[in-house]
Design a protein around this ligand. Sequence first.
Ligand SMILES: *[C@@H]1O[C@H](CO)[C@@H](O)[C@H](O)[C@H]1NC(C)=O
Ligand SMILES: *[C@@H]1O[C@H](CO)[C@@H](O)[C@H](O)[C@H]1NC(C)=O
Ligand SMILES: *[C@@H]1O[C@H](CO)[C@@H](O)[C@H](O)[C@H]1NC(C)=O
Ligand SMILES: *[C@@H]1O[C@H](CO)[C@@H](O)[C@H](O)[C@H]1NC(C)=O
Ligand SMILES: *[C@@H]1O[C@H](CO)[C@@H](O)[C@H](O)[C@H]1NC(C)=O
Ligand SMILES: *[C@@H]1O[C@H](CO)[C@@H](O)[C@H](O)[C@H]1NC(C)=O
Ligand SMILES: CC(=O)N[C@H]1CO[C@H](CO)[C@@H](O)[C@@H]1O
Ligand SMILES: [Zn+2]
Length: 657
Amino acid sequence: MRIVKHHLQLFLLFSRTADAQRDDDTYRGLNWQHQANTFRPALKNWPRFNIYSEQPVKTADLKRKPELASTLDGKVKIAISYLGQHHGIMPNTTRITDAYSDEASGVTHVYLKQVVEEFGVANGLANVNIDQNGHVISSSHSFAPQLALPAAGAVNFGSTSGANSQYKHIKLALQSFARYTFSDIDPQIIDDAVSFTDAFRTAAGDSGFVVSGLPGHVVSNGQCGVARELLQLAGGQVIPVWHMTMQQPMHWWSAYIGVEDGQVHSISDWAYKLEAYSVLPHNISSPTEGSPQLLTNPAYTPASPFGWVTRNTTIGNNVWAQTNPTGNDTWIGNYRPVSSAAFPNKVFDFPLNTNSEPSTYADFSVTQLFYTVNTMHDLAFVYGFNEEAGNFQDINYSGKGTGGDYIVAFAQDGGSTNNANFMSPPDGQHGLMRMYLWSETTPRRDGNLDQSIVAHEFTHGISSRLTGGPSNADCLNSGEPGGMGEGWSDAVAFILYIKPGQTRMLDVVLGEYVYGKNIRQYPYSTNMSTNPQTYKDLDKEEYKEVHAVGQVWASMLYEVMWSLIDSNGISGDLFDHDLSKGNSIMLQILLNGMKLQPCNPSFIDARNAILQAERTLSRGKNECAIWHGFSKRGLGVGAFFNNTAHTEDYSVPQECN
Ligand SMILES: *[C@@H]1O[C@H](CO)[C@@H](O)[C@H](O)[C@H]1NC(C)=O
Ligand SMILES: *[C@@H]1O[C@H](CO)[C@@H](O)[C@H](O)[C@H]1NC(C)=O
Ligand SMILES: *[C@@H]1O[C@H](CO)[C@@H](O)[C@H](O)[C@H]1NC(C)=O
Ligand SMILES: *[C@@H]1O[C@H](CO)[C@@H](O)[C@H](O)[C@H]1NC(C)=O
Ligand SMILES: *[C@@H]1O[C@H](CO)[C@@H](O)[C@H](O)[C@H]1NC(C)=O
Ligand SMILES: *[C@@H]1O[C@H](CO)[C@@H](O)[C@H](O)[C@H]1NC(C)=O
Ligand SMILES: CC(=O)N[C@H]1CO[C@H](CO)[C@@H](O)[C@@H]1O
Ligand SMILES: [Zn+2]
């Protein structure tokens, strides 16, 4: 294990003394409202362009030529004519790539590609749909405007004749592709082994050649198809690109690489994978709230562009999940459930029977832990705990931050009981999560099934990496800062499970599924009798322990959350990242505040960072709501502390009264 001891930080859940395709959304189908999105993962400056689409029309101009409606050829003519009349597209600038009549619907689909000389524009596409009577029912196109196109004869692929003169450009492109996929490709290998054959044509009719003799770790069969095409860039220019297609065991890449600059402008993976997990969904915190469901492709693409699983088991870029009955530190060889589906699909569908001992549902348990940690990774990514901010990922696709640090998550860890913990070293070293069994009930219960506990543990990773920067893991270790670390973890755990319809009357207890009762002294509540904790409590002897301090901090954050929800409402799905809603604002300013605050923050530093985060996010619109939340529990404008005492204050700034 690469955890350096003096950087090691162990966060316990609680202290005994105080008592979470095609069917992937690459293919958006003919949804007229969407921009074409055939390119992924989203590269910076990836080509975005407008789609001009029409809603279905009731009448068409071509009613006058019913004879055309009886054949496919006729319908293609209708399509071409329609594009000319309605979109100004000249027939000599198009190539028909596909056309067929769908038997079931009777609709004829005509697909076209923009061409300049003989070269297709990869993202200059059109389609026209025609009903049985020859009426155009809808159409769309993303053709580059004529003005943006290269002048006649100006399209340059090094030389249009012969592959060898294009060699240096191809070499540049291959190196750039290899870098993108994190494989090494020695220029010498290209020099020595590569050969070119003029014999390649894409399904869409673009021509090029085949490059052979490439290293096996770059392309499985050593071969790569290279077609000459054009690409519209975000800025509107249309440039020559190599359209390279390369097959690897896990991927089948389709990349568009600039001829001149060797830049990967766009890349997509034809390996559409199905990932399915039978688990408690992310908004159901434990088996008492709901039953497992089979979820397909739950990965959130912007955060996990290649899905969650990189092999046939619970191993991926964000987390490796496995059992750990010995409680040891090693994970590579530990037990993991194996997908029941044939590669590249992955299906983890295992039974859960909570009436029997956890060991009987180890497969389910590891699957659940893998799902919950990945979900937390993706959600936190959406709210800014990304590669640059030091998140936990093996490969950092953005090239920012440090990779090599997926989370090692132990399910049913035998090292202890009735607890959970997380170790969070600096960016670049694995986070380590241990989930123990709980012995308060018969049969025993499994901490993995309580997603709020996993969320709590994961949040230690967020707060630890965001406070003081990704490479400093020593900012929330003990005392008040350490206590706030516990508080943030509880806070994220309750924020995740707030649902539309709930109000500030809601009291939240944590860990009830595994522990039979609240693992904290008081429920999180906006009722001061139910939860009386205030800033001044930090002076009490029993509040010297981090989880006790954390309860005070989280109790304040609970007030702030409801204050924000009272004025902004509740988003039904935090993944929507709807920053007009109270629960989403809350999660966002918590994470932004962590990035803003100093190392070893005091309550006051952290409160101020949250206020500043709000000002940056919403220009003070919610500032008073935040003050009301904090001041209710003694952290008002006049609160202060010195080495011996915390002094409460219940006031808010004048403009908030
Ligand atoms: C396409 O046809 C139009 C009209 O016939 C003509 O003006 C234009 O120059 C042609 N464009 C090309 C690229 O051949
Ligand atoms: C969980 O989220 C899904 C999708 O947003 C929603 O359909 C479902 O009703 C939610 N369940 C609960 C218990 O909130
Ligand atoms: C899973 O993958 C491993 C390593 O790639 C392989 O050895 C094993 O046979 C695979 N298991 C199944 C059931 O496909
Ligand atoms: C667990 O670690 C201990 C101490 O390092 C070692 O003696 C023991 O063999 C390990 N057990 C297993 C099953 O790896
Ligand atoms: C707060 O809780 C107390 C004790 O449970 C209860 O009597 C009181 O009505 C509650 N207050 C509100 C405003 O709900
Ligand atoms: C700390 O603040 C308290 C409350 O204002 C005060 O009574 C005490 O004297 C201060 N202690 C020190 C060492 O300044
Ligand atoms: C492990 C990993 O992915 N590291 C990469 C993160 O990004 C930087 C910058 O591109 C690379 O140098 C690392 O190799
Ligand atoms: Zn904790």
